[in-house]
Structure formats: structure tokens, C-alpha cells
Design a protein around this ligand. Structure first.
Ligand code: FES
Ligand code: FES
Length: 873
């Protein structure tokens, strides 16, 4: 250990540190600082760990603590009360945060920027924050926030207090102020008395026989308390959301199935020791040939990848009408194969779990998207009853579907169970990229026909998705891709088949859009090609085919209400035509996305309003807050019913009420959670109307239970098909500049009812940011099943400078089955995006691109991140 001294937030600090310790680790592990978050240490590429060193912004993860001896370090904790209030209030007022994990870094950058340049322009702000990544917001509202801080500092404006939170108002985000300042803890910010730190040993190969695991050197290291392997698992070693095909630890004599497989885990007195010990675990492998191609995987006689299931994990197939006959008699047909890529979620908060002994079991702090699924699986893994696991959601730093499956929860829990001490296990960015499921690469061959007027006659499609080593929810993703393969259009003759195939690539599962955006890229490409053949523009062809109330979806569901697609088309029409008249290259795309799982699933929304002694009301539900704003929306639902002050509600997810609902998936949190919250609030309102005050009602609990059980399974023979409860609809327009760069987006979305307009806009802006990455720059190729990179810059996520102007229209076509008419918005924002970009690029240079990302395009080359990828081609 070495001694170092520096000034931290005005106080002289002297510490013993490891020789190669980063400033980030020193601040977080030794100094009690939590505003500096670890998004990518030691890459220095996300900005979450920003500090000021002698007044200059610096990424602390890429700074050796020894190098800052004698220097002056400032974090958000060290700013004056006025500065902290101004920064936090401005970011909240601008809705400039979602999950918030990246925001403390942006906030500190704002201070540094405005001290140099008190009145920066928007491009100057975008340039200044270029060192930062945000996966949620699309940056627009972050830039708005910086402008607000600038104006407020100069006395030009006074930040307004928030609204009262009724439906339709932009209530400030729950816990927003503390989140901006980094004071609201994420899992990795938590500590417990006597806590150990965990680390994992991952498989070096996608497919190899584990011949021997030697833990002796790791166990001999000073500070190591436990090294766990398969032999230590007391319960069922296999788990999974739908199928238990995922092994928590690979045993000697077994084969690994992907490079995210865990061979061993370590608990030690500190993080550095745990990681060093993990590197000392010696694994003898017999390397075997992996299966990497899904098409090969499903061939007869192919080796079975996962011992629990055949390689063809799922097949979704349905037909309506006579597709071949309809195609043969169509005036025009197009056919082609579209290909999408594997994508990393890149939520900025890596996976983390803290397990603390509690009774005969433990208390699990999880950031998972379905903590009751975590509870069920962890209990089975440890051989305990679910009641012995108390689970608590710690609102996470981004999920986007990538935190549905278990990752570190079972390993933290096992180490805690074995050592009888609290254990926190957090993945490094490299480990995170290897472990959690990705967006499916899907190969899609479509043939689509239309009549002479451009009215669609038939869609025939075959989709093959690489679901990787484990099932996760891959079968459902391909099912959803099949159900959305005809887009939001009327088509009478349909023949769809979608297959999910196991390989030894990293597992693929849920990611925002859930197969709908892959399918949308193909069907929208077909519509553009048909429009050319018919001689119509893209808007007109879509208008002629747009579904409306009374029309039948490809799955056979007759739409009876809340179909705002045509309204979204009308909203963008003027902008679309004006841009074309201006000589711009323009693309247009429509989208549809289910809200709720549907397809025959029973779905519960459960809420408990518990009146507490301190005058607050706990609002329990089972769905996760991961930046989308669910906790704020639920609060607004109960405020609307009760007229109580929004500030008294405390949204929570934990085992105090074992609600067993979640996953937070399928754009259903608002739909189900909101309805349940309304039901519970109505019960509370009865007591309030009877003359009781909140203080009178302490100890009472009001239940809201909602069950949706009227949807129908794919292929079910029933009188009335209802594939999903409701759908969101959208139209997006992509406008390029004269050089072929993405200059502007117009996005019109049917949200049913905008419960919180700012949060709605934020979802759309953030989704377009993610959709542009999907379209142009993001990919995660693998070689022999190993991702070729875990570097944030190389993953292609867009920076602030890359974002176009976005004009948003919120269309409210009331959904009678939704809370106050609302429906889900979490995913649809990126469903049409790639199709709109592909159309605009084809209008620009005549090239119809059918493979994502469209790196070989002027739009991608113009992106600051796109250049890296393009340079490798
Ligand atoms: S954690 Fe330091 S830049 Fe990402
Ligand atoms: S708010 Fe920026 S990463 Fe979530």
C-alpha cells in the first residue's frame, strides 16, 4: 500500500491506497463519495465518474490516485448549497434525466462549462458534453437543462416550482433532485456492515469442456473469504425466466455454452482483492468447436447446443388467406432479405447485486426488471423457500430489457449464504458486455405484394433469429417479430414463420422493441420499394394502407379502439411534404408496438397503498423504475384520483407486499401498474370522502388488483382473436441535409393519453437516439462467440453532437383499457426509426440498404462514433 494525500471537497485527505488504484475507486471505496458513478472503468469513455481536478474536468476512472497527490479534487458533494440546488432543480425542471446514472457527471460538467463560458450556444453545449454518454435521454433535454442553469445563474429566469401532479401535467420526476446530485444510491453505492466484495470468473471460451477448476491459489490470497464453484450450490443450479436452461456455475466435466458462463466466484475483503483472486482461479479447458450460425444450428443432425432444449428454441407460424395466390395476382411484388445486428444494451449502470443475511435466508437488493422473478430463482438456487428471500428493488441505472434475466443475483446470494456476511457483486463493463443477453440479430426474407393502387395484398416472411446460448425470452422476441411483421397495415393474405435458434454466441433476449423494430426495418423497406413501383410517395402509400378502427391485424385481431396511426400520419404530413419540396432526402416509416404481453398470457397489475405513521403513503407495485418514469406516472395516477399532494407518495417495490408482478417488459408498466394504482386510489378516496384525514388512516392498506386474461395465444382457434390489449402507433420522418447527414426527425406518437408530457417526450427522444444507433452505428460482432469489443466508443452509441433536431407530436387517441386513456410508450419510439433512415438514405443516393447498421452511408460516416466503425470496414 502507498500513502497519498490530496484535498477533497476542501478537506485535506490522507489515505493508504493500492499502487495502481484509480481515483474513482479511491473516492468510492475509501472516501464515501457516491456521486462519481462507475459506468466503464477504466475506459474513461462515459463521463459518469467526472471530477474536477484543480478546477478541470477529468474522468476519475482513468486517473491514477497517485498522480493526483497534492491536487484539489471537487465532486458534486463539495459544491455549495446554492450550486447544488441550481443544478438539480434545472435538470429536473427540464426533465433532463431518466435513469439518472450518467447525470451527476453531466451536472458537474455543466458547472465547469458555465464557469468558462456562461452563455454557451446549443452546439457549444453539445460539444462540451461530448465526453459523456447518456443511453436514455437523447441529450436534447440535457442540453435544455444546461441552458436553464445558464439562464438562472445570470438571473434571466427563476426556476419554477413543479406542478401539482395531476394527469396531463409534467410532474417532476420522483427523487429527481437527489438523482441529479448522485445522492440517490444505486446498488453499487450501497454498503453494509462487514460487507465483502464479490468477483466472478467467466469462461474463456464460448464452447469448451471444463476439465478442472483449481481454486487453491485464489483461496490462499490474503483477504479472500470464499471461492465458490458449482460444488457449493445447495439448490437447483439451473435457472431461467421461461425455461431453466441457464447454469449458474459450470461444473467440471461439463461444457461451457458462451463466454458469459460463470466458472467460479470470489468473496473478499475488498474489490481489488476479489478481482485479483478471481484472476488466480485456474481453469483447464478442452476447447471445442462452437456453433455460431443459427442457420446451421437448426439443420437436421446439428449438435445440440443447450442440453435442456433442441436447437430450434421456438417456431411461431401463422397464415391468413392464401398468400401465394395473392402474391401471384398482385400488380407489384418486391422480395428481399433484410439483416439486423446484435446490439449491446449499454445501460450505463453495470449489473450489481447486494445480498445481506436475514433470518434463515437473505435480503437481496436487486436492480432487476422483475425482482419477484429474481426472488423465485434465487430461492431455488439456494434451496430455500421464496419466503426466506426478502427482495428489494433499487431503481436501476437503465435496463432496456437487459436486466430481465438474472446475472449476478445468484452469485452474490450464494456468496452471502456461504459466508454469512453481506456480499456485493458488481460486474465490470467488460464482464457486463459478456454476460447479459443482447438484441437478436435476425435474418428476414420478405415478399410483399400490392395492387395497382398500392394497396397491400400479401406479406410472406420468414425470420430466423440467433438467440445465443440460453433461451431467455428469445422465443417471445421472435414471436413478437412475427406478430409485427406486417407493420401497422391492412393485409388480408399473410404467411409468417419466425424461428429462434440456439448458438454459442452470447444469449439474446429482451431489448427495447423486442423484435418489432427488426421486423419493421424489413416491412418498411418493402413499402418503400412498392411505393417506387406504384409511383406514389412514401406518405401516400402508407396512408392508403394504414390500419384504423375496424381493421384486422395480420394476427387476426380486429382493432376496436384507440388506433391513432392515421392521426400520426397527418401530424407529420406538412413537415414531410415541406422537406421534400425543399429538395431534401426524406424517409418515412410507421410503427406499431404492443402494450402488454398479450398472446394468451395472464397479466396482473397489483398495487398496495399503505398509509404510514410519518404521514407518507407507500405506493407498492411490482414493476421496475429504470428511468422510464413509472414511479412518477403511478404517483400521478393516485394524485388524480385522490387529490392528495404528490409529495406524500413513496413508490416502492419490495417483499413487504409480495405482489409477484413484473417483469417490466412489453411496454406494460403504465398500462397495468397505472390501472392497479387507480383501483387502490379509489378505495383510499372513499375513506377520504368520508371525512378521514391521511393521519386518521395510518395502518390501512388499500388494494388495487387488475387482471388481463382475455388475450389469445398465437394459433388459438377462437371466435375472437385478441392478440394484445392495446398497441402504440407512430410515424417518424427522417430528413437529411445536403451532405446526407441526419438533420431532423419528426416523430408523431399515439400515446393514448400523455399522463406526463415531458416524460413522454423524453421516452421518444431517447428511443430515437437508440434507434439511430440501431440504424447507423451500433453493433456487437463476435468472433468465436466472443464480443470483439467492450469499448464504449466502439459500440457506436451516439454522442450529443450526433443527435439531430427532434420535433415531437404527442397524439392522444384514448385507450379505454388504459389508465386515464394511456398506453405504453417505452419501446415504440425506436420501432420506425431505422426504416425512416433507410428511406431517407435511399432518397439521397439511390442505394437501398438492407443490412444494419448502415455504416456505409453518409449519415453514419458523419457520426462522431460512426467514423470508428466505418474505418474498420
Ligand atoms: S466510469 Fe469513468 S468515464 Fe466511464
Ligand atoms: S439518464 Fe443518462 S444513462 Fe440514463
Amino acid at each position: 500500500m502507498n500513502t497519498v494525500s490530496f484535498t477533497l471537497n476542501g478537506e485535506l485527505t490522507e489515505l493508504e491506497i493500492y499502487p495502481d488504484e484509480s481515483l474513482l475507486d479511491t473516492l468510492r471505496e475509501r472516501c464515501g463519495i457516491i456521486s462519481t458513478k462507475n459506468g466503464c472503468s477504466p475506459q474513461g469513455q462515459c463521463g459518469c465518474c467526472l471530477v474536477l481536478v484543480d478546477g478541470k474536468p477529468r474522468t476519475s476512472c482513468a486517473t491514477a490516485t497517485e498522480k493526483i497527490a497534492g491536487r484539489d479534487i471537487i465532486t458534486l458533494e463539495g459544491l455549495s448549497g446554492d450550486e447544488r440546488r441550481l443544478l438539480s432543480e434545472a435538470f429536473v425542471a427540464a426533465a433532463g434525466l431518466q435513469c439518472g446514472f450518467c447525470i451527476p457527471g453531466f451536472a458537474l460538467r455543466t458547472k465547469a462549462l458555465l464557469e468558462k463560458n456562461p452563455t454557451p450556444s446549443r452546439p457549444e453545449i453539445a460539444k462540451a458534453i461530448d465526453a459523456h454518454l447518456c443511453r436514455c435521454t437523447g441529450y436534447k433535454k440535457i442540453i435544455d437543462a444546461v441552458e436553464l442553469v445558464s439562464k438562472a445563474r445570470l438571473g434571466e429566469i427563476t426556476l419554477q416550482p413543479g406542478t401539482d401532479g395531476h394527469v396531463g401535467q409534467s410532474l417532476a420526476r420522483f427523487q429527481g433532485l437527489a438523482t441529479v446530485l448522485g445522492d440517490r444510491p444505486y446498488v453499487d453505492d450501497l454498503k453494509a456492515d462487514g460487507m465483502l466484495h464479490g468477483a466472478v470468473v467467466l469462461s474463456a471460451y464460448a464452447r469448451a469442456k471444463v476439465v478442472k477448476i483449481d481454486t487453491s491459489k485464489a483461496e490462499a490470497l490474503a483477504g479472500v473469504v470464499k471461492v465458490a464453484t458449482y460444488q457449493d450450490v445447495p439448490g437447483e443450479r439451473w435457472y431461467g425466466l421461461i425455461y431453466a436452461d441457464w447454469e449458474g456455475y459450470i461444473a467440471e466435466g461439463e461444457e461451457t455454452r458462451c463466454v458469459g458462463d460463470v466458472i467460479a466466484s470470489v468473496a473478499a475483503v475488498d474489490l481489488q482483492t476479489a478481482r485479483l483472486a478471481a484472476s488466480l482461479v485456474e481453469v483447464e479447458y478442452e476447447v471445442l468447436e462452437p456453433t455460431l450460425d443459427p442457420a446451421e444450428s437448426i439443420k437436421a443432425g446439428a449438435r445440440q447446443v443447450n442440453p435442456k432444449k433442441p436447437n430450434r428454441l421456438s417456431t411461431t407460424a401463422f397464415t391468413r388467406g392464401d398468400v401465394d395466390k395473392a402474391l401471384a395476382s398482385s400488380a407489384h411484388t418486391v422480395t428481399g432479405t433484410w439483416q439486423t445486428q446484435r446490439i449491446e444494451h449499454l445501460f450505463l449502470e453495470p449489473e450489481s447485486s447486494l445480498a445481506v443475511p436475514r433470518g434463515t435466508g437473505l435480503h437481496l437488493y436487486s436492480q432487476g426488471q422483475g425482482v419477484f422473478d429474481d426472488r423465485r430463482q434465487v430461492a431455488s438456487f439456494l434451496g430455500l423457500q421464496p419466503e426466506e428471500i426478502f427482495v428489494e428493488l433499487v431503481a436501476n441505472g437503465g435496463g432496456f430489457g437487459g436486466k430481465e434475466d438474472m446475472t449476478v443475483q445468484p452469485h452474490a446470494a450464494l456468496l452471502c449464504f456461504l459466508t454469512k456476511r453481506p456480499v456485493k457483486l458488481t460486474l465490470s463493463r467488460e464482464e457486463s458486455v459478456r454476460v447479459h443477453p443482447k438484441r437478436h440479430p435476425i435474418t428476414m426474407t420478405f415478399t410483399v405484394g400490392c395492387d395497382a393502387d398500392g394497396r397491400l395484398t400479401a406479406v410472406k416472411a420468414r425470420l430466423l433469429g440467433d438467440t445465443g446460448a440460453y433461451a431467455s425470452v428469445g422465443g417471445k422476441v421472435l414471436e413478437r417479430a412475427a406478430g409485427h411483421a406486417c407493420g401497422p397495415y391492412r393485409v388480408d393474405n399473410v404467411g409468417i414463420e419466425a424461428i429462434a435458434a440456439y448458438t454459442n454466441n452470447p444469449p439474446c433476449g429482451a431489448m427495447r422493441g423486442f423484435g418489432a423494430n427488426q421486423a419493421n426495418f424489413a416491412i418498411e423497406g418493402c413499402l418503400d420499394l412498392l411505393a417506387e413501383k406504384v409511383g406514389l410517395d412514401g406518405w401516400e402509400l402508407r396512408w392508403r394502407n394504414a390500419i384504423d378502427v375496424g381493421d384486422t391485424l395480420s394476427t387476426g385481431q380486429i382493432l376496436e379502439k384507440s388506433v391513432g396511426l392515421k392521426k400520426t400520419l397527418l401530424a407529420v404530413k406538412d413537415g414531410y411534404l415541406a422537406a421534400k419540396a425543399d429538395g431534401r432526402a426524406v424517409g418515412i416509416s410507421c410503427g406499431i408496438k404492443n402494450s402488454g404481453l398479450g398472446n394468451g398470457a395472464k397479466e396482473w397489475g397489483l398495487c398496495r397503498l399503505a398509509v404510514e405513521k410519518d404521514g407518507t403513503i407507500s405506493l407498492y407495485n411490482g414493476f421496475t423504475e429504470m428511468g422510464q418514469g413509472l414511479f412518477t406516472i403511478l404517483t400521478q395516477c393516485v394524485v388524480e384520483v385522490t387529490n392528495l399532494d404528490a409529495a406524500i407518495f413513496r413508490p416502492k417495490v419490495d417483499s413487504n407486499f409480495v405482489l409477484e408482478v413484473g417483469q417490466t417488459t412489453g411496454s406494460r408498466g403504465t398500462l397495468l401498474g397505472g390501472r392497479a394504482a387507480i383501483e387502490a386510489a379509489k378505495m383510499l378516496k372513499v375513506d377520504l370522502d368520508a371525512g378521514h384525514s391521511v393521519a386518521d388512516l395510518v395502518g390501512r392498506v388499500y388494494n388495487g388488483d387488475i387482471l388481463i386474461d382475455d388475450t389469445t395465444a398465437p394459433g388459438a382457434v377462437v371466435d375472437k382473436i385478441k392478440t394484445h390489449t392495446t398497441y402504440g402507433f407512430a410515424t417518424q420522418v427522417c430528413i437529411l441535409d445536403k451532405e446526407g447527414r441526419v438533420d431532423r426527425f419528426i416523430a408523431a406518437h399515439d400515446v393514448g393519453r400523455a399522463i406526463n408530457p415531458s416524460l413522454c417526450e423524453g421516452q421518444i427522444e431517447g428511443a430515437i437516439h437508440m434507434g439511430l444507433g440501431f440504424a447507423l452505428t451500433e453493433e456487437l460482432p463476435c468472433v468465436d462467440g466472443m464480443p470483439v469489443t467492450n469499448k464504449l466508443r466502439e459500440l457506436g452509441v451516439l454522442r450529443a453532437r450526433d443527435m439531430p433536431e427532434i420535433e415531437t407530436f404527442l397524439i392522444e387517441d384514448t385507450e379505454p383499457e388504459g389508465p386515464f386513456g394511456a398506453k405504453g410508450l417505452g419501446e415504440i419510439g425506436l420501432v420506425p426509426t431505422a426504416g425512416a433512415v433507410a428511406g431517407a438514405l435511399a432518397a439521397f443516393d439511390g442505394i437501398r440498404r438492407m443490412t444494419l447498421p448502415m455504416k456505409n452511408s453518409p449519415a453514419a460516416r458523419a457520426m462522431s462514433v460512426g467514423k470508428l466503425k466505418a474505418a474498420k470496414d
